[in-house]
Design a protein around this ligand. Structure first.
Ligand code: DAH
Length: 345
């Protein structure tokens, strides 16, 4: 038995010696893994001896176990130290290799463009801000009172039926125009009033020139000496700033319940220069908006004194303004979100 133990001791010494020699050759973590499995893995002398320790008589087992474990611990320790060392070297190498150049240009994200409707709203806002106007807003879900009644449409007024209204119930609806903002603003603010109010409006309508939702800008000026000449000048200024200095503007008599007198306003057609073509249906003119002097009757709804103030109002469709300016021939294009269309602006 003593001989068997001596033999084992010799083998273990030899193993450690071999390990020490092999270790010197290890240059990488991969090679270290191989070394570890060779000397500590299942088939190694150390693992096999521990596994078959029952081949030794009971009394010597503790001694055999201790002897083998001593060698195993020594090898484990050396492997651990070497692994730490190699990890450091590897980390250092990565740091050096992965050094990145902060001066290289970054990856460019594709830039979106401003939506054409917002662009036109902003352009028109800028024109009126330049004239001293403020921007006002009102709710899209509106009451019958603001959308119709306070704008001079009593309950059975025939003009109500022109609006193709989406009703939510008897009294609540989706606003059919931005004109209710006039009433809401005057209710809360004393004259003088100079506002424009952009926003979405809704009507039950759908074809080449109508969509159930579209965008309007409302304008309102109320002060103590406002006349029709002021309205004409203001809308001419708008037309010249938005469409170009060379465009002519004309006013045609019209009817709106909340203005008196009322007018529809046209600009000269830029396609044919006013001679008449397909776009302007041969008339030489393109309609851009509705306008008029605020009907004094409205003032009683907002506690203004009709003997002290006069005013004008106007309302225009933003999509229509954009179509006329950019030569777009189908209103529905604005709402389809085709990137090829949107990118052009
Ligand atoms: N609200 C009208 C519409 O949607 C447009 C309009 C016409 C507004 C005349 C006005 C105005 O303020 O004075 O058809």
């Amino acid at each position: 038995m003593e001989e068997k133990i001596n033999l084992l001791k010799q083998d273990l010494n030899k193993t450690f010696e071999n390990f020490t020699n092999d270790k010197k050759e290890v240059k990488s973590l991969n090679e270290l893994d191989l070394l570890e499995s060779k000397y500590l893995g299942k088939k190694s002398l150390i693992a096999q001896t521990l596994k078959n320790i029952n081949e030794f008589p009971h009394e010597v087992k503790p001694f055999v176990g201790k002897t083998v474990n001593e060698v195993r611990n020594k090898i484990e320790n050396e492997i651990k130290n070497l692994r730490d060392e190699l990890n450091l070297i590897e980390f250092d190498r990565k740091l050096r290799e992965e050094k990145f150049d902060l001066t290289l240009p970054g990856r460019l994200l594709p830039l979106g463009s401003k939506n054409i409707i917002n662009k036109v709203i902003e352009e028109i806002q800028e024109i009126f801000i330049g004239l001293g106007y403020e921007i006002a807003e009102g709710p899209e879900v509106e009451t019958d009172y603001y959308n119709f009644e306070a704008l001079n449409h009593p309950p059975d007024h025939p003009a109500r039926s022109l609006h193709d209204t989406f009703f939510i119930d008897d009294k609540i609806l989706l606003r059919t125009h931005t004109s209710p903002v006039q009433i809401r603003y005057m209710e809360k603010n004393k004259p003088p009033v100079y506002i424009i109010a952009p926003g979405k409006v809704y009507r039950k309508d759908y074809d080449v020139t109508h969509t159930p939702m579209f965008t309007q800008i409302e304008g309102l000026a109320v002060d103590n000496n406002i006349n029709f000449g002021n309205l004409k000048w203001t809308l001419e200024t708008l037309a010249h700033s938005f469409f170009g200095k060379d465009r002519k503007v004309r006013f045609r008599p019209h009817y709106f319940p909340f203005t008196e007198p009322s007018a529809e306003v046209d600009v000269s057609c830029n396609i044919c220069g006013g001679k008449g073509c397909r776009v302007c249906s041969g008339t030489g003119w393109l309609e851009i908006l509705g306008a008029g002097m605020v009907d004094p009757n409205l003032y009683k709804y907002v506690n203004y004194n009709p003997d002290e103030v006069t005013g004008f109002a106007f309302g225009m469709g933003i999509e229509r303004m954009a179509m006329l300016k950019y030569g777009i021939d189908d209103l529905r294009l604005f709402f389809e979100n085709d990137i090829r269309f949107l990118r052009q602006f």
